[in-house]
Design a protein around this ligand. Structure first.
Ligand SMILES: O=c1ccn([C@@H]2O[C@H](COP(=O)(O)O)[C@@H](O)[C@H]2O)c(=O)[nH]1
Length: 307
């Protein structure tokens, strides 16, 4: 069970947080960006090289503090195929460093296309008689709002490959309530989605009590987070929205079960861009990122004890 592996890494590092890798060239310290642009010019290749070097430096600094990284595919896609190559190399490097890789791609489509996405991100692509891993993440975010036929192909790949998923349930953005909070019979839409996620995962529960089918639940709606934790006892949560979006440790404490398990809290910009607040031109970006990740861990530890 892949959430078992994640839970064990969380316990070993005493840290239920994940560092987001959402790199824009503007977030890369000037000395790294300059070196890549000198080598490749002001090109997509230059920008992709810069974000890859930045990611590697961040992972070197963070790999003994955080259990996981969450690269957000959009920041790599915007640099074309060179960006996607940087993402593939980022994932490979993370795995070499013993980090659990959560690819944030929020994919979802009809069953046959969902299968192709899950081959690409979690499984293997068949070429002749060979089955070839592609991005090979440990875990994936998906958008399951097209229904169970979208989620099931991903879940089947997870079962075969011993991996796991996070499906969007109640997202952290200001407009999430426009659709997700709509009343649907005796429930609201995000509760319907949460119940579906829990039902689809229920036959494959790991040793810590969680299925392979997790949920994304934002830190920015703490009362919904608290109610969902009670409602979805077998569903592991990915909780974005801490830090840059205003979520606090007091808010995210509701994501955990009584053993301090069942959730991982994400922060991206507040870790990656920590160097921009130190006034040292980015030469200290690794120390700054590490200090930000340790501060987040210690902040959450005030409210959550991991057993
Ligand atoms: O509801 C959601 C779902 C996903 N995200 C993603 O998490 C990070 C948050 O980044 P910060 O810089 O820590 O705000 C980003 O990759 C989002 O795409 C989310 O924020 N909310």
């Amino acid at each position: 069970m892949s959430f078992d592996k994640l839970q064990e890494l969380i316990k070993a590092k005493k840290n239920p947080t994940v560092a987001g890798l959402d790199p824009k060239p503007e977030y890369v310290p000037p000395h790294i960006l300059r070196a890549s642009l000198d080598k490749y010019g002001e090109t997509l290749e230059g920008a992709a090289d810069a974000i890859l070097q930045f990611n590697k430096g961040l992972m070197d600094a963070l790999c003994d503090v955080v259990p996981a990284v969450k690269p957000q595919s959009a920041y790599y896609e915007r640099l074309g195929w060179q960006g996607m190559r940087a993402l593939e190399e980022t994932i490979r490097y993370a795995r070499e460093k013993g980090l659990f890789v959560m690819a944030d791609v929020k994919r979802g489509d009809i069953g046959s296309t969902a299968q192709a996405y899950s081959d690409a991100w979690l499984g293997k692509t068949r070429v002749g008689s060979a089955d070839l891993p592609v991005f090979d993440a440990d875990c994936l975010t998906i958008n399951g709002y097209m229904g169970s036929d979208t989620i099931l192909p991903f879940l089947e790949t997870c079962r075969v490959e011993d991996k796991c998923l996070f499906t969007l349930v109640k997202t952290s953005n200001p407009g999430s309530g426009e659709l997700q909070d709509m009343v649907a019979g005796d429930r609201v839409v995000y509760q319907v989605m949460g119940d579906l996620v829990q039902r689809l995962g229920k036959d494959d529960i790991g040793k810590y009590g969680y299925s392979r089918c997790g949920a994304v639940v934002g830190a920015t709606y703490p009362s919904d987070l608290r109610a969902l934790r009670k409602r979805l006892e077998h569903t592991f949560f990915l909780v974005p929205g801490y830090g840059a979006q205003g979520g606090t440790a007091e808010d995210v404490r509701f994501a955990f079960d009584k053993y301090g398990r069942g959730a991982i809290i994400n922060a991206s910009r507040s870790i990656m861009c920590a160097w921009q607040k130190t006034g040292h031109d980015g030469q200290d970006y690794q120390d700054a990122a590490r200090a930000a990740a340790e501060a987040m861990r210690d902040d959450i530890k005030q409210f959550v004890t991991i057993l």
